[in-house]
Write a protein that binds this ligand. Structure first.
Ligand code: ADP
Ligand code: TYD
Length: 198
């Protein structure tokens, strides 16, 4: 059984909803698990918010996300060592997809750069579910524009979505159609994890 599971996707794709339901369902079946998310550390979360508000250099923001993840990774390893299944709402691919998009034109080959910095210092998931949805639907669902104008946000999320789909190169990734119902998506995940009818 896969032990370290991650949900990825653009804003409003359904990560938080599905990861919570999966957590509840696995617990209902007597499987010990932990539900976690990124940004993980509340202090770094506050710091990232403040950097974003004052439109800091995206490279600084990228390092904050990665610092948070290195510490998160150590705690996830402890949970795994205790025999728990860990479900994380966002992890490393969020940085590759989002900061990869934000750093375009700022540095060369940003995704490769970000991977080089952090890849060997963190543990990696057994399964990454990418919930794929178009940015318009995602934004409508999450109903928040953040500090961006909607048009800019849609354009950014288009690049983020493309990055996610390009990142999904090996068998650890599973792309899920975010237009399916919450229950359909949940069942696909449960069948994948438990290898039986959900
Ligand atoms: P994310 O964590 O990816 O930003 P959320 O899980 O917060 O997304 O979902 C955003 C909104 O979309 C919530 O109101 C949620 O109920 C709804 N939603 C999530 N998944 C689906 C789905 N597959 N179909 C329809 N609505 C969904
Ligand atoms: P989150 O609270 O998960 O928002 P949502 O549920 O709407 O997806 O994430 C907040 C924002 O942080 C989101 O726009 C994605 C961004 N983010 C990055 O840009 N890089 C990262 O490494 C992570 C973990 C998140």
């Amino acid at each position: 059984m896969k032990k370290f599971l991650v949900f990825e996707g653009i804003d409003g794709s359904g990560k938080t909803t599905i990861s919570k339901k999966l957590y509840e369902e696995l617990r209902r079946r007597g499987i010990e698990c932990v539900l976690t998310r990124e940004p993980f550390d509340e202090n770094i979360r506050t710091c990232i918010d403040s950097f974003l508000k004052r439109e800091a250099d995206p490279l600084s923001v990228a390092f904050l996300f990665m610092a948070d993840r290195i510490e998160h990774s150590r705690i996830i390893q402890e949970w795994l060592d205790m025999g728990k299944v860990v479900i994380s709402d966002r992890y490393e691919d969020s940085t590759y997809a989002y900061q990869g998009a934000e750093l375009e034109g700022r540095i060369d080959a940003p995704i490769e750069f970000l991977k080089r910095v952090v890849h060997s210092h963190i543990i990696h998931p057994d399964r990454v579910y990418i919930i794929d949805i178009d940015p318009e639907t995602g934004l409508k669902r999450s109903d928040k524009e953040g500090s961006f104008k909607t048009f800019e946000k849609v354009e950014l999320l288009r690049k983020v979505r493309k990055n996610y789909l390009e990142l999904a190169q090996d068998e650890r990734y599973m792309i899920l159609d975010g237009r399916k119902s919450i229950d359909e998506i949940l069942n696909i995940c449960i069948n994948d994890i438990l290898g039986e009818e959900g």
